[in-house]
Design a protein around this ligand. Structure first.
Ligand SMILES: [Zn+2]
Length: 465
């Protein structure tokens, strides 16, 4: 299937909102809020910042920031402002909430997912190894050109795996018909694939080391003599390399081979001194992506934070364990061994200096989908020993190092005005990131009520079906 053939122009659907052109021509000064800057520095109590043409032009204490004359003043006394979050690991486009299918993979649906991310305060998100390159490049160009309404900025990484391998048994039903994965079975093939990817100017690659417990007929995992030259060639081309590895031996292998971003947390056993030593030596970024294996929040809470964007039928399906992979009903017991391993391993990896970056795996299950997954994931980091202040860095500025963008991630002069206004202070309780008053991307306030009404409807945003 030619994925570009599916790329009907979104513009013809009237989806091009004038809102994209509404970067504020006049300065706005937001004052009185506690400002979490997104870097390591302490929050500014009673701060002020100025936004002009979508950019932050000044930040400081209220009274010390001089807004330009004629600026509009917005009083945020009692609120907390933090930068929008940034997520280095999602799987976009296939989720349909009432279905999960390659047929859902359209620009409209990718945009819908990015709007869901934005609704929850996410500024950028990167889809990992699951997009056909031509489609993803065109979508990214169109978004950059302002052809879409305000939404989370889209990034993607090219994926490499052994023939028939790679993604889990659900995701592969999307990636195979779209030929989204570069299949490689030798070092030479890996190098050749990397050169093709480099020619497309793609800067991020992901490979999978996983036999999926042989569930797909004795599937082979990518061996070191394939991924070592893969990494070497990718580094020659200046790329950043992410490796999916879920068990201890494979994590050691990919870290030893020099991967830049280690993906997943070992959950079936405790990590050992050898991995800790490797982490200390190599200091990779680490995308823990734990939450997809957790009990669905829908089972626990009744605060509507998750439910507010899902059709009622989908909420019922998640509770019954009827949604797409992995489907665990609310009645299933918590896996206490997994909890213990995660807590132990997370603490040891954090102490070893692995540079944690926000990452969710959203997009393979309705129970853990775009936007709210980020809030769940950072709460887990804090539960396992990270301070809320560190979690703010992990969720905002550090992912931009992996994304290789300098224009967002902190509340600072010159950055895009990508921020969340919160009704409570997440430095006191990380769950307060959920108390969202409003979200601004590029200085534009999202119409969250309109978005929410759209998300609640149980239909995939298709153009032609
Ligand atoms: Zn993933």
């Amino acid at each position: 299937m030619n994925s570009l053939a599916k790329y009907i122009t979104v513009a013809s659907l009237g989806l091009v909102a004038s809102a994209t052109l509404h970067a504020q021509p006049n300065a706005v000064v937001y004052e009185g809020a506690r400002l979490i800057l997104g870097d390591e520095s302490p929050a500014i109590e009673s701060g002020a910042f100025v936004v002009q043409n979508g950019r932050v032009t000044a930040v400081g204490r209220k009274g010390s920031v001089k807004p330009p004359s004629g600026a509009t003043h917005i009083d945020l006394t009692g609120k907390t402002v933090m930068p929008a979050m940034n997520n280095v690991h999602i799987h976009i486009g296939y989720e349909g909430y009432t279905s999960w299918s390659v047929n859902n993979h359209t620009p409209e649906n990718v945009l819908d997912h990015l709007e869901r991310e934005a609704f929850y305060g996410v500024g950028t998100a990167m889809s990992m190894g699951d997009q056909p390159a031509d489609f993803a490049i065109k979508f990214q160009q169109d978004q950059l050109a302002g052809h879409f309404p305000p939404a989370t900025r889209f990034f993607f990484a090219a994926g490499l795996a052994p023939p028939g391998g790679g993604p889990d048994s659900l995701l592969i039903t999307g990636t195979t018909p779209l030929q989204a994965i570069y299949e490689v079975s030798s070092g030479d093939e890996a190098r050749a694939a990397i050169r093709k990817i480099a020619a497309l100017k793609i800067q991020q690659v992901k490979f999978w080391v996983d036999n999926r417990d042989n569930s797909r007929g004795g599937m082979k995992k990518m061996p070191p003599d394939v991924y070592t030259p893969l990494i070497e060639e990718a580094h020659k081309h200046g790329m950043l390399v992410h490796a999916h590895a879920t068990n201890l031996q494979d994590q050691k292998g990919v870290v030893r081979a020099g991967v830049d971003v280690l993906v997943h947390t070992v959950a079936n056993e405790k990590i050992d001194d050898e991995l800790v030593a490797l982490l200390k030596e190599k200091k990779p970024y680490w995308a823990p992506v734990m939450g997809l294996g957790d009990v669905a929040e829908i089972c626990e809470d009744d605060d509507q934070f998750v439910e507010q964007v899902l059709p009622d039928s989908v909420i019922a399906d998640v509770k019954a364990g009827k949604t797409w992979l992995p489907s665990t009903p609310c009645s299933a017991p918590v896996n206490a061994q997994r909890e213990e391993n995660l807590k132990s391993n997370f603490g040891r990896m954090m102490a070893a200096g692995a540079r944690i970056v926000l990452s969710t795996d959203a997009g393979v299950s309705a129970k853990y989908s775009f936007g709210f997954a980020e809030h769940h994931e950072i709460a887990r980091y804090v539960q396992f020993g990270m301070s809320p202040a560190q979690a703010m860095v992990v969720a905002t500025s550090r992912p931009t190092e992996v994304l290789r963008i300098k224009d967002t991630g902190t509340l600072a002069k010159g950055k895009r005005a990508d921020f969340m206004v919160l009704n409570a202070n997440p430095l006191e309780d990380v769950h307060n990131t959920r108390k969202i008053d409003s979200v601004y991307l590029n200085g534009v306030k999202l119409d969250r009520a309109a978005l929410q009404a759209k998300f609640k409807r149980a239909s995939v945003p298709h153009a032609t079906r």
